[in-house]
Design a protein around this ligand. Structure first.
Ligand code: PCA
Length: 198
């Protein structure tokens, strides 16, 4: 079972991106029966979008899980929908600003996550980890990568689990989650996804 797992570099006023720390930690771990292709993506629309497509093509994973930080959210956010739109006044790390710009011209307006979201929600809740469904992955680089991943899989005709999880920021007000809890949450999600495929 091979799972592609990505996080992001710091960006804007986010000096420490917990998803990069999660990736760095999990890349050093051994999970029996689970091969994790772990990579931190640059917080840049074009580079990260091209890279997620290349990783999917190169590694033909059995599932794709992308992580990003959403400052100010206090729970694990299971993103339900990717939208075909980049739209914020904030620049990415390459200085690109995209407002009301389709990601794939003439592409589907939305793609739904294909992760077993209810199963992930139940597993995290069972462990007392705060988790919510979200139908807004933003209109910045996270949503962009989520959309490009789902689009690439659709283009390749590969109906595998693919989705996006936002985690709270580190040291957020109101308090987010300790890094160890975020790591435990992601590990649990990967195991549940693997179990759902067995
Ligand atoms: N969060 C940003 C981009 C990178 C990240 O970790 C977002 O929510 O779009």
């Amino acid at each position: 079972m091979r799972i592609l797992l990505t996080g992001f570099t710091p960006f804007l006023n986010v000096d420490v991106n917990p998803t990069a720390l999660i990736i760095e930690h999990m890349a050093t771990q051994h999970y029996p029966g689970l091969e994790i292709i772990a990579e931190v993506l640059p917080t840049m629309y074009d580079t990260a979008g091209a890279r997620i497509e290349a990783l999917i093509t190169e590694h033909t994973p059995d599932a794709v899980v992308c992580l990003g930080v959403a400052q100010g959210r206090s729970a694990i956010n299971l993103e339900c929908v990717a939208r075909n739109r980049d739209s914020t006044t904030k620049p990415d790390n390459a200085g690109a600003i995209r407002e009301d710009t389709p990601i794939i011209p003439d592409g589907a307006e939305t793609y739904l996550a294909t992760l077993p979201l209810a199963r992930l929600q139940a597993a995290l809740t069972g462990q007392g980890i705060p988790v919510v469904y979200s139908d807004d992955a933003g209109a910045y680089v996270c949503n962009h990568v989520f959309y490009r991943a789902r689009h690439a899989l659709e283009q390749q005709g590969r109906a595998i689990p693919c989705g996006f999880i936002h985690v709270p920021g580190i040291g957020d007000e109101p308090p987010g989650l300790p890094l160890a809890t975020m790591i435990a949450a992601v590990e649990m999600c990967l195991h549940e996804i693997a179990a759902s495929l067995n």
